[in-house]
Design a protein around this ligand. Structure first.
Ligand SMILES: [Zn+2]
Length: 123
């Protein structure tokens, strides 16, 4: 019998899997860009009242990643982590607009008239 299991079957897919999880759905990147990074909102998020439902009573929150941490130490080590740095970089980029998405899909500004099949066309 040969090998039953491929080696390295899950490499580098951690973030993809994490992003697809709905159980701990984090805020979307555009929500953070448009709402949370606003200085007023950011200050609010960083100084939240004690909440016993949240990890670390809601006292150690990373605005960029929309995540709570148990301790200050955990939050600080998160700030040094690859996940956080990547996220910050992503947030600095221009938000992806609907127009861009449509251009990419070839649905630019040109008006595409719906095809009308009338009786005149047939005769
Ligand atoms: Zn973070």
């Amino acid at each position: 019998m040969g090998r039953l299991r491929r080696s390295r079957a899950h490499h580098a897919r951690r973030d993809v899997h994490r992003a697809a999880r709905t159980r701990v759905r984090a805020r979307d990147i555009d929500q953070i860009q448009f709402e949370d990074l606003d200085p007023k909102r950011r200050a609010e998020l960083e100084a939240q009242p004690l909440d016993h439902e949240l990890p670390g009573l809601g006292q150690h929150y990373c605005v960029e990643c929309a995540k709570y941490y148990e301790t200050d130490e955990a939050l600080k080590s998160h700030w040094r982590s690859k996940v956080h740095k990547r996220r910050v970089k992503q947030l600095k980029e221009k938000p992806y607009t609907i127009e861009e998405a449509e251009m990419a899909a070839g649905l630019g500004r040109e008006q595409r008239k719906p095809r009308v099949t009338s009786m005149e066309d047939i005769t």
